[in-house]
Design a protein around this ligand. Structure first.
Ligand code: NAD
Ligand code: UFG
Length: 337
């Protein structure tokens, strides 16, 4: 495979993945509608990589626009499908928008791939498909049971892709990400939420004085310090898993489902303490009520990805929080600054 279509290619995880793909010799065609990103991310990726990408501003639900891309870029051989809406809370408020964007977008993409004979795809799935897991760590055979509309869209997107892959003989890697955090070590690309939904960008903004304090969602969970435990993974480690997945499907046809996590858990208080160490001052926090839909602990069993892809997470907690802080400090207004 040489030339790839990257849907949602201006987003947080895609930007980091684009860097790794360009470094590995892939040519990239990016499609994004900027509903949660900015062209600045694409420009910075080009600058960092020292290479150009081809960019189309388009919504993947627009079949004509997507077909134009496949016609113009007739030698696309593989796709990484990142484009989706991803905020759990918002998905509860606006389920129809989430189903419309994530499901319709995927259906159009898969139909256009079929029409243009593109058979290789890596798909961004999520640990959210496991809901509240019965057993920790979670392996890929665990029961699927999403607990919110966003999670349901990921379960459905996986299922549609698996069915299409079977009918069309596609080669697929479904990557179930655990909790991606951190940023590129240059400090020039990173996560840029206006209002953060997730813990680490929230801590970052409190550390930078943009927000007053972190609210810890419960300290009465059945975990060592009572706060929620998650499997945080450095976004650059996650990015390299995509390159390995692309190389893997070249030699291993069929459908593969892989967890991408570290297997190591950290609590909310661990994350706050680690951040205090890198930013050099206290991070104000208070204990609040549990957040609806949260679970005590989610940890990956990443051994299948390690075995099949020859991939392993290289970065630890210090790298995750220090890179997040570097990005925050260098870009107080994100890509808008
Ligand atoms: P992101 O919002 O930064 O990236 C998604 C990109 O897709 C954005 O640039 C957005 O503008 C684009 N997009 C959305 N709908 C589109 C459409 N219809 N047409 C064209 N472009 C569209 O999010 P991210 O964190 O980089 O997530 C990337 C993928 O990984 C998503 O599929 C997400 O569900 C999945 N994921 C993310 C996390 C996480 O915690 N960040 C965890 C698990 C899985
Ligand atoms: N938390 C707080 N305060 C905050 C934000 C989060 O205490 O302000 C806690 C949560 O209760 C949880 C932990 O920090 O215990 C992590 O919460 P995040 O919101 O960062 O991450 P989640 O594990 O809840 O969910 C994220 C994504 C999901 C995805 C999942 C697994 O939001 O879409 O990771 O990939 F499915």
């Amino acid at each position: 495979m040489k030339k790839l279509l990257i849907t949602g290619g201006a987003g947080y995880i895609a930007s980091h993945t684009n860097i790794e793909c360009l470094a590995s010799g892939f040519e990239l065609v990016i499609v994004d509608n900027f509903c949660n990103s900015s062209i600045e991310a694409v420009k910075r990726v080009e600058k960092l990589a020292g290479k150009k990408v081809t960019f189309y501003e388009a919504d993947i639900r627009d079949q004509d626009a997507l077909e134009e891309v496949f016609k113009k870029e007739s030698d696309i051989e593989g796709v990484i499908h990142f484009a989706a809406l991803k905020a759990v809370g918002e998905s509860v408020q606006k389920p129809l928008e989430y189903y419309e964007n994530n499901i319709s977008g995927s259906l159009v993409l898969y139909k256009v791939m079929r029409k243009y004979g593109v058979k290789n795809i890596v798909f961004s799935s999520s640990a959210t498909v496991y809901g509240d897991p019965e057993k920790i760590p979670v392996d890929e055979t665990a029961r699927i049971g999403a607990t919110n509309p966003y999670g349901h869209t990921k379960v459905m997107m996986e299922q549609i892709l698996m069915d299409a892959a079977k009918a069309e003989n596609w080669n697929v890697v479904i990557l179930r990400y655990f909790n991606p955090v951190g940023a590129h070590d240059s400090g020039t690309i990173g996560e840029d939420p206006e209002y953060p939904n997730n813990l680490l960008p929230f801590i970052s903004q409190v550390a930078a004085g943009i927000r007053e304090k972190v609210v810890v969602f419960g300290n009465d969970w059945p975990t060592p310090d009572g706060t929620g435990v998650r499997d945080y993974i450095h976004v650059v480690d996650l990015a390299t898993a995509h390159v390995k997945a692309l190389q893997y499907i070249d030699k291993n046809p069929g459908v593969h489902v892989l967890n991408v996590g570290t297997g190591q858990g950290y609590s909310v208080l661990d994350m706050i303490k680690a951040f205090e160490k890198v930013c050099g001052h206290k991070i104000p926090y208070e204990i609040g009520p549990r957040r609806d839909g949260d679970v005590a602990e989610v940890l990956a069993d990443p051994s299948l990805a390690v075995k099949e892809l020859g991939w392993k997470a290289m970065y630890g907690l210090d790298d995750m929080v220090s890179s997040a802080w570097k990005w925050q400090s260098m870009n107080p207004k994100g890509y808008r600054g």
